[in-house]
Design a protein. Sequence first.
Length: 236
Amino acid sequence: MTAPRRLALGAAALYLVTWVTSVAAVPLYGGSAFDAGAGLAGRGSVLTAGLLEVVLALAVVGTALALYPLLSPHGPGAALGYAVLRTLEATVILAGVVAILPAVARPASTAPPALDPGVVAGLHLVHDWTFLVGPGLVNPVNAVVLAVLLLRRRLVPRFVPLLGIVGAVLVAAMNIGVMFGVTTPRPALAVPLFAWEICLASVLALRGIPTADGGEARRPERSARAIGPFLRGAGG
């Protein structure tokens, strides 16, 4: 198996990790500060959710690392932009994790942190805002950057990037509405963006990213060899 093929499979696997961890973490945190009467779940549940979000952030960056050497021959600016935006998204996710964990635990201790309820509510609110800004606003932007590149260069079937663009617009519009208090989160609007990543991962797993001459990606061979071991370790 060539290094570019391994990178495409690695990216597909990392997209799968992002779906599982992001979906699993949400209910483990308990209620959301979007609901004024909701509170956090128990210590173990919140710590597990935080750990899942750390894995999520690493997988988010991993998808960018895997795709960069495959996409850069087709559009180095867009490939770099996608990598930077995915890293920014992961950074915001980790900021939210760091904010919420003090509400339920201290490092190296099973004793409760005994924080004032108002402080706990504030930390919870910070986490909810990071979730809105990172996956809610930054992610749609990086999805559009990637989808436009794939569409312009015809690297995947046309419906895949179109689905990504439509899904990104819907999610971004919903979250801007939530930000300004004119609407509430509507999970159904995230379905097209979720479907875009499923379709993209399926294409990566089945056929990878072609080169400008129509073959399997080969030009970024050196970069692929450099990042391939990391992906094998992440997938293992």
